[in-house]
Structures are given as C-alpha cells and as structure tokens.
Design a protein around this ligand. Sequence first.
Ligand SMILES: [Zn+2]
Ligand SMILES: [Zn+2]
Length: 651
Amino acid sequence: MINITFPDGNVRQFEKGTSGIDIAKSLSNSLAREVFSINVNDELWDLGRPIEEDATIKLNKWDDPDGKHAFWHSSAHLMAEAIEALYPGTKFGIGPAIENGFYYDVDPGDDVVITEGDLPRIEKKMKDLVSQKLIYTRSEVSKEEAMNYFGNKGDHYKTELIGELEDGTISFYKQGNFTDLCRGPHLANTSPIKAIKLLSLAGAYWRGDETRKQLTRIYGVTFPKQKMLEEHLEMLEQAKLRDHRKLGKELELFTFSQRVGPGLPLWLPKGAQLRERLENFLKKVQRDTGYEPVITPHIGQKELWVTSGHYAKYGKDSFQPNKTPQEGEEFLLKPMNCPAHCEIYKFKPRSYRDLPIRLAEFGTVYRYEQSGELHGLTRVRGFTQDDAHIFCRPDQLKEEFLKVIDIILYIFKTLDFNDFVTQVSLRDPEDKEKYIGTDENWEKAEQAILEAVEAKGMDTVVEYGEAAFYGPKLDFIVRDALGRKWQLGTIQVDYNLPERFELEYIGSDNQKHRPVMIHRAPFGSMERFVAVLIEHTAGKFPLWLTPDQAIILPISEKYHDYAEKVSNYLKNYDIRTLIDERSEKIGKKIRDSELKRIPYLLIIGEKEQESNTVSVRRQGEGDKGVMSMEDFADFLQSEVQNQLKAIEKDV
Ligand SMILES: [Zn+2]
Ligand SMILES: [Zn+2]
C-alpha cells in the first residue's frame, strides 16, 4: 500500500500502482467524470498513469487550468488522428493547448489543401472517434526508437524535434491509430470530449521561421458539455461584434493605409479627440502626483542605443539605422523613451534632495513586427506610450512603486476595469547569466516589488524567468466584459540603465551615488488601451470620454434652424453635439444614432421648437421626456460631473 496525501492534508492508503482515475472513482463516480488530470508531487500527470510511491496529489477539474489543458491537448491529438485518417500521409508539426482551445500545425502534403470547408468533415471524424472511447496510452521510448518510428513514417518535423531531446526523457502517446511524440498529460480516454468545434485555419511557418515551410494551423475548441460549447460560441460571436478593428471603422476612430504603411495607425478626428481626452486625464493625475512633462525626438544616434544595450540585444530585429547623406551618421527610430530621459536626468548635477525626479512623456516609439503579426491597434509598428521614468534613491524605491500602483488602480477604476490580476515577473534563478546587472541589485529590486504588492493586498501570480533582461516587473492583466484577458499597465524596476548611463546624485554624505530607475506606463500604450477599451465597452464609452455626447435629430428640414440653435446653445456648455440633417425618417435616424453609440438623442419638431425644448432619449434606456435646453445641459453636465467626481474621490 502507498500513502496518498490530498490538498486538504488528508492521507489515505491506496494500492501501489493506483492511478488518478482510480483515486477519483474511490471518492465518487461523478467526481471521476469531472477530473481531467492530476498533479503528483507538483508534476502534471495523466489520470491513468500508475503511482508507485507515496505522493501528494491534486485532482484537476475543468475550472483548473491544468484540467482544461489536458482536455484540450487530448483534443488536439484527437483532431490529428481524424486528419491522418482523412488525409493519409499528413505530417504533423506541433499541437498544443492554448488559452481558449487548441491547434495543430499540419502539412497534408504539397498537392493537398485543407480549407475551411473541410472542417465539418474533420469534426465529424473526431466525433466518430470519440464514440469509440479510445484510450490514451503513454509509453516511454528511447531516442533511437522515437527516431525510427517517425523516420519510418517520413515525418521530418517530428524527427527534427526528437533530435533536440535528450535520450531518456522521450514519451509517446497513442490513442486509436494515432501515435504522437508528447510529454502529456492526457485524458484517460476520449469519452469526456462531448462537444467539438473546429473554428478556423491559418498559415503558420514551421517553428515561426519565415524561411521554412508554411504549415496549415487548424484551431479548435472542445468541451465536456454541449451547453458550454454553445456559450463559448456565443461569446466568440459577441467578441466579433466588439472587435475594435470593426468598431474603429464604424465609429470613425482610426484607420490604416497601405500607402502609409502596415502597422502604422492613422487616428481620425473622433479617435484623436478620444485619445486626447484620455491623455489629458492622465496628465492631470500626473501633475497632481509630482510628474514633470518632457519631450524627446523620434530618432536617436545609434550610439545612444549601443550605450543603453538595446542595440546589442535587439538591433538585428529592429528597424535598421538611417544614415545622413553627408556625414554618414547613423540614427535609429526610437524603440523606447528611456535613454533620452536618462540624458535629461544628466542635464545637471542632482542632489539627494532633488529626488525623486519623475519625467513623463507621451512618447511615440517604433518597433519592428513581422507583417503577419500585425493586428489592429493591438500589434502595431508605431505606438505612443504613456511613459514616465522615475529616478529615485534606493530608499525611495518601494514608496515610489506604491504610488505608481495607486495611479494604475485609479485609472482602472475610472474606466471600469474592475476585474484584474497582477503578475510579478522575476529572474530565472537557474539562469542568471541572461540578465544584465548585479545579483545584489536584482535581489533588492525583486524584494521591493514583492513588498509593494503585498502592502496593496493585490491578487498576484509570481512568475520566475519572466523578467526583462534589465529588471523585474509588475504587470496588470485585466479581464474585459467578455472575460478575455489583456495585459495593460506595467511597472518595471531598472538598475541597469542608471549604470550604463552613469547616472549619479550627491548623497547627504557628499558622496556620489547611483539612482534607481522605474519605467511605468499605466495604459501601456494609447493604441492598445483604446483597442481594449473599445472591446470592453463595445464602443459605448463613458459620457465624459465619448467623442459625441448628443445628436440632434430634426424630424424634418423645417427644423434645421432650430437644430442649429440647440447645437450652439449646448456648445456654450462644452457639450459635444452633432446634427443629423439627412432627409431620413426619424425612426432610421434614431437607429443609426444608436449604432454610432451616441449616448443622447435629442428629437426636435414643431412642439419642441415652439416651447424651446428637446425630446430626450438615452441610448439603451429610451425616452427621458421633454426638457428645456437649459435643463438638458444641466442634466448632461451633472452626469459628466458625477462620473468625474466619483473618480476624483478616489485619488
Ligand atoms: Zn501531445
Ligand atoms: Zn522606459
């Protein structure tokens, strides 16, 4: 017998060689149906794998990421089996579980093309296989056996992967007629896979390398219940309606032009106004909390980036230097604002009494992204960071860090991002050479972040090995209205750049000391933030922020003059209005205004003109009654003020 310890500390005896599924069944049959993988001594295992020694275990259900992972990864294998059956001779790349489902990169051969139209056929084959209740079996194989198996099969993608593995660490998984190179873990069998949907196809270069073959990536998602699939498809439908690329066009916020260049957004007047309002909002917060604005150029001498270390690290994968025609000087588009801010710090000698110095800039930066990776406003080649750099004494680090956290929390609250988690990214303790800077400095910085996060009592995950090469960081990941995760604000400690730029201050001891630097961007970038805001709100921005607050809808041409009069009156109150002067029916005007997400609709006709009033409708709420122009102005302004007041109370 062996001792199995459960997460609550309970210990029970089982026969040697018991498995996760046996343990689950011994607790209850319904539990056994809900469990998809098991952690054995903190290692993720198959439910069917025999446990030979005393162990601490955790059974993973659907709600546990490790449970979903096994479920979707098993589904990827199942899809591969279906594809192999329908397209004999297909070669397979990789097929991982992802955040919402799974994919497999496949090469069906040079003469075969798999299209969207083929997905239902593959789906059907998968369902047939599920009904056979195929068992996922693990076997450990030598490197030679593994090479032979895939060599004989002619799958050079797999043999390439096996070539990089160490002998003694290789395992195969087999279900039905399909065998895959895989670390696992997997479901015990295919029967829990009750609902299947293959979603889309994309081209994907083998190993992400453009010089290699493009494989067909097939995305899918599966669930243990049909209802869960239906809910998921509904969420995807909603996400499509909220897609910021679609709404950005419909609401005339931004566009792209092939002639200007891929990945370079053009902000249209309404988008620019919205962005400016966001910037002004943050500028005010920054003024109130001791930041000073600076402005720096869009290019910098190559030497600057050599000094900062960026050139050595990213030079090859960046936009290449521009040369001046006469002098042969080399300039780079700036990928970040920090080095220029370091030079501003150095402009004059600094004393310990001057610190902290907080330099803020809405700085536009340019980073090369492969054209295939570009996506709306979330993956671009030019974007504006709401950037600032704080230069402080080591003893001020934690306090400054806490203040930045406050600003970020304030912004999230204002814009209704109430669901978020934070991630602390620390060094990989096994591979310290990757990082620039001394051990001692890294430890100090990591400590400061962990203490600040603890002091704020935030929901935090600590990730080892996720830090940037120059310092540890804290990221804020928000969940939007559809439950999707987006990385937004970031705060990063940096002991490295002050060293490279030889930044100094004179301490109270009259000696030279090195300041610590904090990089921070609460929005992340204006582009990304606006994209997320559009998808979160479905384009229904808060009244204080929205481009057009009210639209005047005259019921016929006769009332255009009165419409002008109302518009001018409201302008005096800084209310942003539009007039719909088209000769459309009022019903159509109302529907169109609602599609444009304009919060207030003011309908005017004979009655309103005679009594100097407007008939007010609120987007999504309907009729608000007839009001005098003055009452409406007060009504709208007080709504804006209440929103902003609710905000200011929290500063
Ligand atoms: Zn696998
Ligand atoms: Zn920076």
